[in-house]
Design a protein. Structure first.
Length: 240
């Protein structure tokens, strides 16, 4: 049985990936290759539909969850959870029995207004900080770019988060992550980690290895779907 990882290939760090992977451009190339290997394929709608019923292990971005619903061979992964900076921050924050502090998270993306992205991030952050007890959302006119969204979250127990999203036509993504906790202060800015001679096709601070996807991907079950629907409703209910 082969493994098929679909995603934004520009976000995958193949240099640090330990798993031996084969990047292919079409499903026809996969069919022509041997099984028992790991293949990477761009996550277009056409490719998702072509592999969703394949008798192999399929790994999809969480945004394609509808296509993955109730298919035992399919797992989904979350963009934020796979970034090395987030995994390190998670390790430090989880040293506290109950994290207490303030999180400021800022993401600029070249996508259109994307509720799924915000829902996925809220799911990942809630696994780290706890169940939100209050969510307030404000956003600018969605028909005028850039679109700005601010999400204020009270996790209770002295923990709050301020999430800022900018949906624009910029060519590059940008993430800031600031945590002020009782024991740790964490400050990450993807722009601060750009090399002197950058790869202009992507931000090298915002890539992750295929190994991370294989390790963090989750089975699609009713519990996961219910949780994501819950966080989606919190975002919708807080919007003004």
């Amino acid at each position: 049985m082969a493994k098929i990882v679909l995603g934004n290939v520009d976000k995958l760090d193949l240099r640090t990936t330990l798993e031996k992977v084969h990047v292919i451009e079409s499903v026809d190339e996969f069919i022509a290759h041997e099984e028992g290997k790991t293949y990477v394929l761009e996550d277009t709608d056409e490719h998702v539909q072509a592999v969703i019923n394949a008798e192999h292990e399929v790994y999809l971005p969480a945004g394609t969850l509808i296509a993955a619903h109730q298919r035992p061979n399919v797992k989904v992964y979350f963009d934020l959870e796979n970034y090395p900076f987030y995994q390190k921050a998670k390790e430090l924050i989880q040293k506290e029995t109950k994290p207490q502090g303030v999180l400021r998270f800022k993401r600029t993306t070249n996508r259109a207004l994307n509720q799924s992205l915000m829902t996925e991030d809220l799911y990942v952050l809630s696994e780290l900080l706890g169940e939100p007890i209050d969510v307030q959302v404000r956003q600018t006119n969605p028909s005028v770019l850039p679109v700005h969204v601010i999400i204020m979250i009270n996790f209770g127990g002295g923990t709050m988060a301020h999430l800022e999203y900018t949906f624009t036509q910029t060519d590059e993504e940008h993430i800031e992550f600031e945590w002020s906790g009782v024991k740790n202060i964490i400050d990450f800015d993807s722009d601060a980690l750009k090399p002197i001679q950058p790869d202009h096709s992507r931000n090298l601070a915002l890539v992750y290895p295929v190994d991370s996807i294989l390790q963090t991907a989750r089975e699609v079950n009713e519990e996961l779907i219910d949780q994501l629907n819950h966080f989606k409703s919190l975002i919708n209910g807080g919007a003004k």
